[in-house]
Design a protein. Structure first.
Length: 729
């Protein structure tokens, strides 16, 4: 047992956020320090952040060991979080400092509380309005009574601070002193919730019972879109709050909508803490602190919220658990859904995985009895699942560069007559996926990546969807220098928007694609407006499929249902099935029944037929059988090794050497495949190859991977990243 407190001068081990694999020794400072304390320590000439991790190792010249500079004003990290970081680090083969950085992303961590000036709407209106003044007042109105700092307000409104100061003098903006870290309003679990249906009530009771048990357990909450999964898991949150424990609801970033927060507020009478990329620096600091002090009862956040320093976490909900955005693909490669289960298991919390179309992994875990299962089979109220059918594109008469078939066109026209909304779904951002020279056939590609540049007419640029690099659309072909020969090939949502506007000139058409809005906030505002009926036809990418509610929508048209089925990825069927069912679920949520049609060139494809029939169990079963036969997840284990370098020869040489010297892998019965070009073969000028390792279940895969990769030195520009449970294989 390690002691909980160290006296001044004791030898302690500190884990810093600097890239060393292990702890460094220090002396406890004057006044001593607690195990888990956040501290500032000297490192060479610098001061760095660290956490007291245990008793010092003492394998170093004792007389040279330096003292901790100061203990920061933050609640010490609990044992439970430290062991979570260790185990998550072992699982993902990530050094602990990198894991630690995931939970110290709060700016000003440990600074003493201080006061600051904040601004909110004032009482009077200025006599003379300018554009700048209007923007400031609009931003404050949007905040609904919440206040902003001078810097935040100036940046959001796009004005200089003097404009705001001017408005303060006129009384149109009020300025006040406020402590930086105010507590969150109390959430009351005992306010009246909605009256649940029989199925919902039974599901809620089972979840609440789990929360009351106080021991770890995971439940897969499955139910079609609109069946009330959210209502049900909010009751589990309520029970968790009644127990005095903290709850965390994870959502895919894009689904973190005002609509969701409003629902939480309606249920509990106050807003929860939020944690995602749109949260200001000041707010992050406050959330981190309140969570650490146990004073934030509920956090609603994106995947990184999993690394907040909860004091007594009782429940983690992972909504849309199948969503691929839970996998972090840069830096530390982790899947937040799996890490949520790990964290909960360590601290004795419950997990709810909610989805209309669970991942095959979770489905298999439920089948195997590792997870409990709750099913909601009916949509709430009068809403029924949409009628689904296909449009056989081989039989449709469609001119070149047109994507809306006559049959689909008639279906949309019918909605327009009735004043109902239609959604046309195409999972391709931009105007056209390919820009080709009609003289020489050259396709414009990114200079740094192995990807075609995608034309975005809205931005008036060609954009690389891999690295974000963009450039103006050239007049002459970069290869043969022919003038005005560059042509757009294939559809993106912007181009589809043009086609639809031409087909229905009197309709209001809205194109919803993440790159068309300046910020996540304006995008969310637009989505809310559309939900209220400001558009007749919505054209959208994947982002409309996620968690948004469009009550007036009765038709979903999938432009290219075959898109996801191309390629050799073993997960393609699962992905397409999930996405199509998810998109279709947008139709007919209210009293009006919905219809979902899919344009396809292969209506007899088994995946397309499974989507139509909606017979999920048999789809999962046949998918599961295939995966089992192939020995891949969830019936086997996979890891990807991504090697990258600016020098293409160098990466292949290393890849080949690794593939040959695979004794450490063979010993556990694992096989290595590759090297092959990675799913994205070149990014930001770096060439990437991937080796795939396939291992049976139940072997020590991580240890074997560490031993195997450890044999190779990474010279020069070479980098190696290990991706446990890769998304594609
Ligand atoms: P899901 O999360 O499964 O998509 P939601 O919880 O969002 O479903 O429910 C869909 C809609 O039906 C929401 O507008 C929700 O408020 C409403 N709803 C669901 N169950 C009830 C209920 N028991 N009483 C009132 N409204 C409900
Ligand atoms: Zn690029």
């Amino acid at each position: 047992m390690s002691p909980g407190f160290f006296n001044e001068g004791d030898l302690i081990a500190v884990m810093t956020t600097q890239p060393f694999a292990s702890t460094l020794d220090y002396r406890a400072p004057e006044g001593g320090c607690l195990l888990g304390a956040f501290v500032e320590v000297p490192l060479g000439p610098r001061k760095v952040l660290g956490v007291v991790w245990g008793v010092g190792v003492g394998d170093f010249d004792i007389s040279k060991i330096r003292a901790v500079i100061r203990v920061l004003d933050a609640v010490p990290m609990r044992d439970e979080l430290r062991s979570f970081l260790e185990r998550a680090g072992n699982y993902t083969l990530t050094p602990l400092p990198a894991m630690l950085r995931l939970c110290t992303r709060a700016p000003g961590l440990g600074d003493p509380p201080s006061m600051r000036k904040v601004y909110r709407s004032g009482l009077s209106e200025p006599d003379r309005m300018t554009d700048a003044r209007t923007r400031v007042l609009e931003v404050l109105r949007d905040m609904g009574g919440l206040s902003l700092t001078l810097k935040e307000l100036a940046e959001t409104a796009g004005v200089t601070p003097s404009v705001i100061k001017g408005l303060v003098k006129l009384g149109a903006v009020s300025e006040e002193e406020s402590p930086r870290d105010t507590a969150f309003a109390h959430l009351d679990p005992d306010l009246d919730g909605k009256a649940l249906t029989g199925d919902q009530a039974a599901g809620a009771e089972a979840l609440m019972c789990g929360v009351r048990s106080g021991v770890y357990g995971t439940t897969l909450l499955r139910g079609v879109t609109g069946s009330g999964k959210t209502e049900v898991y909010l009751e589990a949150v309520a029970e968790c709050l009644r127990q005095g424990r903290q709850a965390l609801v994870l959502l895919p970033e894009i689904a973190l909508s005002a609509e969701f927060l409003n629902r939480v507020e309606a249920r509990f009478g106050a807003r929860p803490a939020e944690w995602h990329s749109g949260v200001t620096v000041t707010e992050r600091r406050r959330v981190w602190k309140m969570v650490g002090e146990g004073r934030a009862q509920l956090v609603v956040g994106a995947r990184s919220a999993l690394f907040l320093p909860f004091q007594h976490l009782g429940l983690v909900v992972v909504d849309e658990e199948h969503d691929t955005s839970y996998k972090q693909e840069e830096g530390v490669l982790y899947n937040a859904r799996d890490m949520a289960v790990l964290r909960a298991a360590i601290c004795g919390a419950r997990v709810v995985l909610a989805s209309a179309t669970p991942s095959l992994e979770s489905w298999a875990n439920a089948e195997a009895g590792k997870y409990d299962r709750i099913e909601l089979t009916a949509r709430f109220g009068a809403a029924v699942m949409p009628v689904m059918r296909t449009i056989d594109m081989r039989a449709e008469d469609l001119p070149r560069d047109r994507w809306v078939s006559p049959t689909l066109q008639r279906a949309v026209a019918k909605r327009l007559e009735k004043g109902e909304q239609s959604l046309l779904f195409l999972n391709r951002r931009g105007y056209a996926p390919v820009t080709i020279c009609r003289a020489c056939g050259h396709q414009i590609a990114c200079d740094h990546c192995d990807a075609r540049m995608v034309e975005h007419r809205f931005l008036k640029r060609l954009v690389c969807h891999q690295c974000g690099e963009s450039k103006p659309v050239p007049d002459v072909c970069p290869s043969c220098e022919a003038e005005h020969k560059l042509a757009a090939v294939g559809p993106g949502v912007e181009r589809l928007g043009e086609e639809v506007t031409a087909l229905f000139p009197e309709a209001r058409v809205a194109v919803l694609s993440s790159d068309m809005y300046g910020s996540a906030r304006t995008m969310k505002a637009e989505i809310e407006a559309i939900a209220k009926g400001t558009a007749d036809i919505i054209i959208g990418t994947q982002l409309v499929a996620k968690g948004h509610n469009f009550p007036l929508l009765t038709l979903v048209g999938v432009i290219d249902a075959d898109l996801g089925l191309q390629g050799s990825d073993l997960r393609a069927a699962e992905r397409t099935f999930q996405l199509m069912r998810q998109v279709a679920g947008r139709a007919g949520r209210a009293e009006k029944p919905g219809e979902a049609v899919m344009q396809t060139y292969q209506p007899e494809h088994p995946v397309i037929r499974a989507i139509l029939s909606g017979d999920e169990e048999s789809f999962w079963r046949s998918e599961a059988a295939e995966r089992r036969a192939a020995g891949v997840p969830p019936y086997g284990r996979m890891a990807g090794i991504i090697l990258s370098s600016t020098d293409v020869q160098e990466v292949f040489d290393l890849g080949n050497a690794m593939a040959r010297q695979d004794a450490a892998l063979r010993r556990i019965g694992a096989q290595v495949f590759g090297p092959a070009p990675a799913p994205v073969a070149r990014v930001r000028g770096r060439h990437r190859v991937r080796l795939l390792v396939k291992a049976p279940k139940g072997v020590a895969l991580q240890a074997a991977l560490a031993e195997w990769t450890g044999q190779f030195r990474l010279r020069g520009q070479l980098r190696l990243a290990i991706d446990i449970d890769p998304q594609s294989f």
